[in-house]
Design a protein around this ligand. Sequence first.
Ligand code: PXP
Length: 259
Amino acid sequence: MLLGVNIDHIAVLREARKINDPDPLDAVPIVKRARADQITIHLREDRRHINDYDAKRIIENSQLPINLECAIDEKIIKKVLELKPHRVTIVPEKREEVTTEGGLDVSKNFEALKDVTKELQTNGIEVSLFIDPNPKVIKLSKDIGVDWIELHTGLYSNIYAMLFSNLGFTKHSIKELELPRSKLKKLLQLSLKELIDNTAYANSLGLKVAAGHGLNYQNVKEICKINGIIELNIGQCIIARSVFTGFENAVREMLEIIQ
Ligand code: PXP
């Protein structure tokens, strides 16, 4: 299983003080030294963490492939075409959200996604769509012609946190999470099964499958057993752990679990 390390939260820390430290570019050789496979960055429309200058320096200097997440927005796509990362993962974006809270609405944006996918691929950039584990959305993604899909593991992760975290509620206002424990346990199994079945379906259509969002050192153990998922993109928990154990150790610990 490959690991893409999302380094956005290094820039979040910098932006907390609006100074130059820590520089997310400094994370790149450390991720390589720890033997992870890819760097992931999200160039948000509001540039709340990674900015254009970070993206440019990271893409120009990284010895690992860069997976750049962005919204399907004309100005951002133009920027991305200049930046030329290895892969673009198109994600939904709402200004008020704390993080990417659900998969793309592929049906609503079908034509626009098709055009952007073609344009990116023509420029030598692989395309992935960040989607919920749903067969209709997977089929539409195949029709669009993308190379990858990334399955959103947020629901699974939130249910897992409700069941097993001693801190309890994760502040994500998902209705199902107010259910009793016995129902939550069933929902956890269901959300896992959805990820397993949809990975198999996507593979049967010839799509490469990544997964991510809300994964951590505990809940990832079930996800990395899923046949057909090639890569996990993980950020928050690795950066959080590095505060205590150092960044390289935090990346290595995750790799030990998933490989
Ligand atoms: N994959 C995608 C498409 C994302 O948007 C994010 C969050 O930025 C992640 C993976 C990583 O999620 P987390 O930071 O919760 O590990």
